[in-house]
Design a protein around this ligand. Structure first.
Ligand code: PXL
Length: 290
């Protein structure tokens, strides 16, 4: 069985970071080892959340793993809370990246044109350096804009703008870029149906191939869906799925989870009910990987 080490916070309540990565990776038939970076009472969308930093634990934990000769097939980082943690991840990549280890950085720090509470433009530039060490990165349009130091455009851009952004993100150093949250106002060459759609654009710097996947935009957005998306992508890659199949599976699962959540009256607003969509996820996964 493949083993992923995922490095992100524990938001005790919030359906994000480790509380989604663990169940999703496990359900997809991959071992999920964890390195918690902090414990929060909730994610940072709530008022008055508690925050206990675990940075000091990271080095001793990694040293113990080295002593035990524990190896990982993938290293997947999500929400990281400080410059120091970014530096520690660089060291972790150097220590644990074997010839076949896949490094995935989800530069989880912003959405809808805004950085999450506690982050700055300098942090985004530092995250861009970490992203440069990864094999796969999965920013949304906001995170991509902050990492590149360009103004975030909520609309009015075209396919060339997106392709240029993908190439610039790849030039940070990572070979594969999955860019999320793309919305076109007008049809684009090869992408006719854009009305009411939101999509993913992907660039493989090795093959120089672009690919796209557009699906229905849901009216409500939720925290944690980026973490769900990334967890599905990493686990699907570990199960041998192609990059394209992996991000399509992830997008379909997120879409189904949002639809499931809003189908209930008085549904919660802090995260999606992805738990109810596992049968769909596994059915689709088994079609891809047999
Ligand atoms: O889902 C991303 C995320 C992860 N962890 C924490 C967060 C957020 C988003 O706000 O606050 C602590």
């Amino acid at each position: 069985m493949k083993r992923i080490i995922t490095v992100q916070d524990i938001s005790c309540v919030g359906k994000c970071s480790l509380t989604v990565a663990l169940p999703i990776i496990s359900a997809m038939g991959v071992e999920a080892a964890i390195l918690p970076t902090a414990v929060l009472s909730t994610h940072t969308m709530f008022q008055g959340f508690t925050f206990h930093d675990l940075t000091k634990e990271i080095t001793p934990i990694c040293e113990h793993w080295k002593k035990e000769k524990i190896a990982y097939d993938a290293i997947y980082t999500g929400y990281l809370g400080s410059f120091e943690q970014l530096d520690l991840m660089k060291k972790m990549f150097a220590d644990f990246k074997g010839k076949k280890t896949l490094v995935v950085v989800d530069p989880c720090m912003a959405d809808n044109g805004k950085l999450y509470t506690g982050f700055t433009q300098d942090f985004a530039f530092a995250m861009a350096k970490l992203a440069g060490l990864a094999d796969v990165i999965l920013p949304n349009m906001t995170e991509a804009s902050f990492m590149l130091g360009v103004e975030y455009k909520p609309s009015g851009y075209d396919l060339d703008y997106v392709k240029d952004m993908l190439k610039k993100l790849a030039s940070l150093g990572s070979k594969k870029v999955i860019l999320k949250g793309i919305e076109f106002d007008k049809p684009q060459p090869g992408i006719k149906n854009v009305k009411g759609k939101i999509g993913i654009a992907c660039y493989d710097a090795k093959t120089k191939k672009f690919s796209f996947y557009f699906h229905e935009k849901q009216k409500t957005s939720f925290h944690g869906t980026g973490d769900i998306f990334a967890s599905v992508v990493v686990a699907a890659l570990m199960r041998g799925a192609s990059l394209e199949d992996s991000y399509k599976l992830a997008a379909d699962f997120v879409e189904a989870s949002i639809k499931e959540t809003v189908s209930h009256k008085n549904h919660n607003t802090y995260g999606v009910d992805f738990e109810a969509c596992f049968p769909l996820l596994l059915k689709k996964l088994l079609k891809i990987v047999k």
